[in-house]
Design a protein around this ligand. Structure first.
Ligand SMILES: [Zn+2]
Length: 473
C-alpha cells in the first residue's frame, strides 16, 4: 500500500530582547550558571511579572511577516505541570487567545508549490536547563528561565521531509530578516518539534501522530521525519497500532525512542494568569509594525533574477543574510552594475571575509566605496587586476579607492604608444612563446600578456595588450 506522510511543526524561537520576558534579567547566552536570575524569573512567592513591551512587538512583527491575523485582545495563561527545569512549576504561555493566528507561508521545491498554514503564534517563557553530571546528580541552570519565546504552530500541511525543511528555512529567514530572533540553532534559539502521522494515500482521516521534540538543525529535522515515517509505516504493515506519544530523536543513532505518552491540553490545567493584564493592541500600533517589515529574502531574489539578471544561485547566496543583501543593494544603487557588484561580493570580498572570519557588517569600507571601485574599472581608469589590489587595501585599511589608486599608482595605461613599446620588447625577449603562438598554440598568448602586465605593474589595459600582441607577431 502507498502511504502519505502528514507533518505539522511547532517552532520555538527565542526573541532577540536584551532582557527577559517578565523581569530585567539579561538574556545573554553563555554566562555562568544561575548568574542571570532574580526572584521574578524564579517565581518566588510575592513577586509580580511585568510583560516586556519588546516581546509583544517582536511577536506582532513575526505574525505580520507570516501573514497572520493579529489579535486586538490576547492574554497570558499559566500552563501547570511538573517541570523539573522551571522552579515555578508552571509556564506562562498563551492558551485560548494567542497574539497571532491564521497565517501562511508559501513554499516551493521539487514537486511542490503550496501554502503551509500557520495555526497560531503565541508568546511564552523558556524553561531552564538540567545538567546531568555523574557524581553531582542533576544540576539546574536557571539562566534561561524567563527568556522570551514565540511558538509558531503550523497546520498539518506538509507531506515530506523536504517540504518541512523548506518551510523551516523560510521561517528562519523571516525571523532573521525581521530581526525578531538571531536563530542561532547551536545555542537553542530556534528549535523544531515535529508532529507526524501516516495514512493510506487518498485517505481523508488522520492517523495517530507522534511528536519529536527539540530538533535543532535542518539535518536532524529531515532525518527525524524520514526515520519516523518509515517506523510508523512498518508498524502499521505489521498490524500494530501507533501510540500517541512523545519520542526523543537521537541524532547519532539516527533513531527515535519513546519518551512518554503524549499529554493533552487538559493535562496541563491551563488558567488565566491572575498577575498579568491582557494585551490590548491599537490598530495604529499594528499598522506601524506592518510598515516596518523589511523586504523579505524571496521578494529580493525575485527582483535580483528578473530585474538585475542574476542567477538563482547568486541571488540565493546574496540574500543568505539581510546584512549581505543590504550591502549588495546599496552598492548597486551607487554604480548601477548589479552583475559586477555580485561578482565582487561573492568572489574577492567573500574570500577576504572568510580568511579573516568576519561578517560583512564589520568591513571597514562602505557599499559606496565598492561601487566607486567598480565604476573606475567600468570607465577603464583601472584594470580588473588593479581592482583586486584596491579591494584588498580597502578591506585592510578602509581607505577610499581614489586614495589607494593614487597612492599605489594604479591608474590604467591606455596610452597605446607606451604599451606598444613594452609589447615589442616582450615579443623580442620571448621568441619561444612567439613561435608557439605562431604555430597555433593559442595558450601562449597568456604568458606574453602576463609579461606585459608584469612590466607595467598591472596597469596596462589587458584588452589592448592582447590585441597589440596579435597585431605585432
Ligand atoms: Zn529575572
Amino acid at each position: 500500500m502507498e502511504y502519505e506522510i502528514v507533518i505539522g511543526l511547532e517552532i520555538h524561537s527565542e526573541l532577540q530582547t536584551k532582557s527577559k520576558i517578565f523581569c530585567g534579567c539579561s538574556t545573554k547566552f553563555g554566562a555562568d550558571e544561575n548568574t542571570q536570575t532574580c526572584p521574578v524569573c524564579l517565581g518566588l512567592p510575592g513577586t509580580l511579572p511585568v510583560l516586556n513591551k519588546k516581546v509583544v512587538e517582536y511577536a506582532v512583527t513575526a505574525g505580520t511577516a507570516m501573514d497572520c491575523k493579529i489579535a486586538r485582545f490576547s492574554k497570558m495563561d499559566r500552563k501547570n505541570y511538573f517541570y523539573p527545569d522551571l522552579p515555578k512549576a508552571y509556564q506562562i504561555s498563551q492558551f485560548d487567545l494567542p497574539i497571532c493566528g491564521e497565517g501562511k507561508i508559501h513554499i516551493k521545491g521539487e514537486g511542490f508549490d503550496k501554502f503551509v498554514g500557520i495555526t497560531r503564534i503565541h508568546i511564552e517563557e523558556d524553561a531552564g536547563k538540567l545538567i546531568h553530571e555523574g557524581s553531582e546528580g542533576t544540576l539546574a541552570d536557571n539562566n534561561r528561565c524567563g527568556v522570551p519565546l514565540i511558538e509558531i504552530v503550523t497546520e498539518p500541511d506538509m507531506r515530506s521531509a523536504e517540504e518541512a525543511r523548506v518551510f523551516a528555512e523560510k521561517v528562519k529567514a523571516t525571523l532573521e530578516y525581521t530581526e525578531v530572533s538571531d536563530c542561532k540553532m547551536q545555542e537553542g534559539s530556534l528549535r523544531f518539534d515535529v508532529n507526524l502521522s501516516v495514512r493510506p494515500m487518498g485517505s481523508k482521516e488522520y492517523g495517530t501522530r507522534t511528536e519529536m521534540k527539540n530538533l535543532n538543525s535542518f539535518r536532524s529535522l529531515e532525518n527525524a521525519i524520514k526515520s519516523e515515517s518509515k517506523r510508523q509505516i512498518k508498524e502499521i504493515e505489521k498490524g500494530n497500532k501507533i501510540i500517541q506519544e512523545t519520542r526523543k530523536w537521537d541524532d547519532d543513532k539516527g533513531l527515535s525512542f519513546s519518551l512518554r505518552s503524549k499529554e493533552e491540553a487538559h493535562d496541563y490545567r491551563y488558567f488565566p494568569d491572575p498577575d498579568l493584564v491582557p494585551v490590548i493592541l491599537e490598530e495604529e500600533y499594528i499598522e506601524s509594525i506592518k510598515g516596518s517589515i523589511p523586504i523579505l529574502p524571496w521578494e529580493r531574489i525575485e527582483k535580483y533574477t528578473s530585474e538585475w539578471n542574476l542567477t538563482q544561485t547568486e541571488s540565493q547566496i546574496l540574500t543568505t543574510t539581510k546584512q549581505m543583501a543590504d550591502f549588495f543593494e546599496e552598492s548597486v544603487m551607487y554604480c548601477d552594475d548589479a552583475k559586477s557588484v555580485s561578482n565582487w561580493i561573492l568572489g574577492d570580498l567573500s574570500a577576504l571575509l572568510n580568511e579573516v572570519g568576519i561578517e560583512i557588517t564589520q568591513v571597514k569600507f562602505s557599499p559606496k566605496d565598492l561601487a566607486k571601485m567598480i565604476h573606475m574599472i567600468n570607465k577603464k581608469e583601472i584594470s580588473n587586476s588593479a581592482g583586486k589590489t584596491v579591494l584588498k587595501e580597502m578591506f585592510e585599511t578602509g581607505a577610499t579607492p581614489e586614495d589607494i589608486v593614487k597612492e599605489k599608482g594604479l591608474v590604467q595605461m591606455n596610452d597605446e604608444d607606451a604599451i606598444k613599446e613594452i609589447v615589442l620588447k616582450v615579443i623580442a625577449d620571448n621568441p619561444k612563446s612567439v613561435e608557439d603562438l605562431r604555430s597555433g598554440k593559442d595558450k601562449a598568448i597568456g604568458f606574453l600578456v602576463g609579461q606585459v602586465m608584469k612590466a607595467t605593474k598591472g596597469k596596462a589595459n589587458p584588452g589592448v595588450v592582447n590585441d597589440m600582441i596579435k597585431k605585432n607577431i
